[in-house]
Design a protein around this ligand. Sequence first.
Ligand SMILES: NC(=O)c1ccc[n+]([C@@H]2O[C@H](COP(=O)([O-])OP(=O)(O)OC[C@H]3O[C@@H](n4cnc5c(N)ncnc54)[C@H](OP(=O)(O)O)[C@@H]3O)[C@@H](O)[C@H]2O)c1
Length: 293
Amino acid sequence: MKQIAISPDLSLSNISYGVWRWSEEQTARAQQELVECCLEVGIDTFDHADLYNDYRNEALFGALLKNDPRLRSSIKIVTKCGIQLLSRSRPETRVKHYDYSPAHLRYSVDRSLKCLHTDYIDVLLLHRPSPLLNPDELAATLTDLVSSGKVRHVGVSNFTPAQFSLLQSRLHIPLRTNQIELNLLHPQPLTDGQVDFLYERSIPPMIWSPLAGGRIFRADAPLQGLRRMAEERGLGLDVLALAWLLAHPASFIPVLGTNQPERIRAAATAARVHLDLQDWFILYRDALGCDVP
Ligand SMILES: NC(=O)c1ccc[n+]([C@@H]2O[C@H](COP(=O)([O-])OP(=O)(O)OC[C@H]3O[C@@H](n4cnc5c(N)ncnc54)[C@H](OP(=O)(O)O)[C@@H]3O)[C@@H](O)[C@H]2O)c1
């Protein structure tokens, strides 16, 4: 699988894998199989967040790293911070909110490192923009975290171009990605300036819920062109929906969310699926719900 350089010293696999949907209902063996399957097909980038599965999934993944510390050098770890959920494990939280204070960021990074059984995070993302975000304070904290070696690179998620620019204007290290939602049921970032903003700066976007969280498979999803093309070409809807994203020239990095190894294997073939110009627009018409103007 192709690697996408997000900085001179770090590249991510063109498709990455997210652990949001992991839980204790799976066995550790099943989780290990998912990671092995990713590595087998060239997916070396794993997307986490402190809060997945009520703040427990980093530790589930970390248990695999603890058992096999050699794994760490073959993978890239992306994790996120900043969202404070109502959780039994955080009784002091009275309302869901965002916390980007220096103390919370340091706490969150230390906790992620401990849970993940690693001494560095490849890319730390600010999970969602906060209306109270203080770019000067945040820039200083992020710079300290990178200087300490705990975090190699920083980025954001779900930021508008204006929010990205504001933070970048105070930060002397580059933000390396913006992880955004983009799929056939949510194509707006292609036209609302999100993608253009990143492409102009040669910043590869990470794409969350590339299959709309599984909604593209539902019978009521209005994706006739996708269904027809899948039938004609003998390909899965997932493979075509990913090929549609990968065909974009701005180096999208979709983050897969399946818990099924065979679906990871199928997804990895998407990079080899050729969509010609009109194939791409047939799927885009599905996404828009009408012909382009
Ligand atoms: N930054 C953010 O704010 C943010 C927000 C949401 C997610 N994320 C990241 O993005 C990752 C991916 O998100 P996602 O899980 O929503 O991604 P997704 O790939 O769009 O959706 C995954 C869902 O689709 C189902 N699915 C996949 N292939 C299928 C198939 N062939 N037939 C039927 N169902 C299928 C999966 O079920 P099976 O497991 O049964 O295959 C799973 O429930 C997350 O793990 C997380 O790392 C980030």
